[in-house]
Design a protein around this ligand. Structure first.
Ligand SMILES: [Cu+2]
Length: 156
């Protein structure tokens, strides 16, 4: 450990060079975790807010109970999954899907408050939306990719 050796010498009182201090700062676990959380939040926000002529309110509300009735809840199909797999909505809100995959998908009703299933949503840009009108948990899936299952938790 060269640093331990240095610590024994008078030079140990010399201030660390700025770059090494910075490196030590960045390596601090709590700083790294905070940076990671910020990066994840930025990704989530970007994911919901991008590509949005889907609705006027491409905001941060996805998955948040208590979102305003005027906001649209966004779900995307990508890498053969619905993302997010579970979203929250209020009665009266619109839920909109956008297919970002290079293959077609659909939104097919399974259980809970009824809605009209979609037809095929074409690759890279297919869209569909429904307005949720009753509280309850709606389950749906994609009949093309049977593992693609997701839910909308609707509250009044
Ligand atoms: Cu699919």
């Amino acid at each position: 450990m060269s640093q331990a050796v240095v610590a024994m010498t008078p030079e140990a009182t010399v201030m660390p060079r700025p770059e090494s201090a910075l490196r030590r700062f960045v390596r601090t676990p709590s700083v790294a975790i905070a940076a990671g959380i910020i990066a994840i939040l930025a990704l989530l926000t970007a994911g919901c807010g991008s590509g949005s002529d889907l609705g006027s309110a491409a905001t941060t509300q996805t998955g948040t109970p208590g979102a305003g009735a005027g906001d649209t809840v966004h779900v995307v199909m990508k890498t053969l999954e619905f993302v997010p797999t579970s979203v929250y909505a209020k009665v009266g809100q619109r839920v909109a899907w956008l297919n970002e995959d290079s293959s077609p998908h659909n939104v097919t009703y399974v259980s809970g408050p009824r809605f009209q299933s979609s037809g095929t949503l074409g690759a890279e840009g297919g869209r569909f939306s429904v307005r949720v009108t009753q509280p309850g948990t709606i389950r749906y899936y994609c009949t093309i990719d049977l593992w693609m299952k997701a839910a909308i938790v609707v509250s009044s």
